[in-house]
Design a protein around this ligand. Structure first.
Ligand SMILES: CC(C)(COP(=O)(O)OP(=O)(O)OC[C@H]1O[C@@H](n2cnc3c(N)ncnc32)[C@H](O)[C@@H]1OP(=O)(O)O)[C@@H](O)C(=O)NCCC(=O)NCCS
Length: 154
């Protein structure tokens, strides 16, 4: 049976909009060594598949996926440190994959730090398969990237 913990109460996933940008830039700062700025996030409005999670009126996380023809490239997945382990990232990926299938994307792919066990577990649970590595892809610290892909059609 599928294990699916309830996501925190009134959590919703919606397309990223202007009202989310400041909070998402702050989440980027809290999560990453080279965070996306508010301006970089604004550039993505209305493009690709960028989705934000809201909980009790607060922006708590997001997933970003750029699209090229029928290919999806996840550029960002992040949840606010104080909102983790409630299923928010899982809900974001589920909605992303549903929208990717609606758009007839062939696959959605991403890179993740080899040591980022929480993220690798999250992606594996969402049906992403490891398809390769990029040596020394990341800096500060230098680390390999694991490439993971979720295929959506034959
Ligand atoms: C990775 C991240 C997005 C997960 O967000 P989250 O909302 O806490 O994840 P969820 O609650 O939806 O968890 C879904 C699954 O992911 C895995 N997972 C999430 N956090 C985990 C952790 N700390 N340790 C192990 N597995 C974890 C589990 O398989 C989990 O399923 P389970 O709860 O049934 O065990 C979040 O930890 C984060 O923002 N990290 C910093 C940014 C980052 O590393 N992003 C990915 C870059 S590629």
């Amino acid at each position: 049976m599928r294990r699916d913990r309830k996501t925190g109460g009134d959590m919703t996933v919606v397309p990223m909009q202007e009202r989310h940008l400041a909070a998402l830039a702050a989440i980027e700062q809290a999560c990453f060594h080279a965070p996306w700025s508010e301006a970089m996030l604004r550039e993505e409005l209305g493009k690709g598949l960028f989705l934000a999670a809201e909980q009790a009126g607060r922006t708590v996380g997001y997933v970003g996926c750029q699209t090229v023809l029928d290919e999806g490239y996840i550029t960002n997945v992040a949840v606010s440190p104080d909102a983790r382990r409630q299923g928010i990232a899982r809900a974001l990926l589920r909605e992303l994959l549903a929208r990717a299938a609606e758009r007839a994307l062939a696959f959605v792919t991403l890179e993740v730090r080899a040591s980022n066990a929480p993220a690798i577990a999250l992606y594996a649970q969402a049906g992403f398969e490891p398809v390769g590595t990029r040596r020394n892809f990341y800096t500060a610290p230098t680390e390999d990237a694991v490439l993971m892909t979720r295929f959506l059609k034959e």
